[in-house]
Design a protein around this ligand. Structure first.
Ligand code: SAM
Length: 237
């Protein structure tokens, strides 16, 4: 049975699927100070889990550590997945120094922080959940980074100036519906990293745009029986 532990050696929170997992967590993970039970899948526009505290400290804010950077968050208030740490590293490897990058649906800014810890890029984040933007601003400071700006707003409504070299779209349920907006901020050669589910015919959706060319698709994580969360790398012509 799967569970997630978010935080650090000093203080962590466990997120479990079944009440029966509680005993094992308390026995094996002494740094866990709170246990949250998932009451269902992620829902709503903020893509949060409905979570119930079943053990420990009511304050579930933690500082999660991965790959040499820190991410402050409260899993009750924002989306965050520690399982995507490797994918963040893959994106950081693909980004090139001095690129202008747009991260739509940026959450607490883990992707932008992973990239800017390795590459010197100018990154713009857009996120609709005010709690996530509050943490994103704190996380930029916590990691002593300078070139990340966080915009609170709906990707459909925010108006930006200029074009980007790389656009990251990490909202697998519906990101393909925002491809027209990504195109507004693209130029010839822009790379778009679109996330989606393997059973949703994303390739057909990409083909509808004459100037988009799928250059790579990568399995990110298993999502359900025979379904994967995928990353589609697309070049703008
Ligand atoms: C799957 S989460 C990914 C968050 C973050 N990129 C990460 O990797 O942890 C998607 C995020 O998109 C935000 N979101 C959903 N619809 C949005 C919209 N129309 N404009 C801006 N942000 C949106 C949600 O609040 C959520 O934080």
């Amino acid at each position: 049975m799967a569970f997630d532990i978010i935080g650090s050696r000093e203080k962590a929170v466990a997120i479990i699927d079944k009440q029966e997992q509680l005993e094992k967590i308390l026995k094996n993970y002494k740094h866990v100070k709170s246990v949250l039970l998932k009451l269902g899948p992620r829902t709503g526009k903020y893509r949060k889990y409905k979570l119930k505290l079943i053990w420990g400290d009511k304050n579930t804010e933690v500082i999660h550590k991965e790959y040499g950077y820190k991410l402050k968050l409260d899993p009750k208030k924002v989306y965050f997945s520690p399982r995507e740490a490797n994918e963040r590293q893959r994106l950081a490897k693909l980004a090139k120094n001095n690129e202008k990058i747009l991260v739509m649906f940026s959450g607490i800014a883990p992707i932008s922080i992973a990239i800017n810890k390795k590459k010197n890029c100018k990154i713009t984040n857009i996120e609709i959940n005010p709690d996530a933007v509050k943490y994103a601003n704190e996380n930029v400071k916590l990691n002593k980074l300078k070139n990340i700006r966080n915009i609170l707003g709906n990707v459909k409504e925010v108006k930006l100036r200029g074009k980007f070299d790389r656009i990251i779209m990490p909202l697998p349920e519906t990101a393909y519906k925002y491809l027209d907006i990504a195109l507004k901020y693209s130029k010839k050669g822009t790379i778009i990293h679109l996330y989606g589910f393997s059973d949703k015919n994303i390739e057909e959706k990409i083909k509808k745009f004459d100037n988009l060319k799928l250059i790579r698709k990568t399995k990110v994580l298993p999502y359900g029986p025979w379904i994967y969360k995928m990353r589609y790398d697309i070049k703008v012509n």
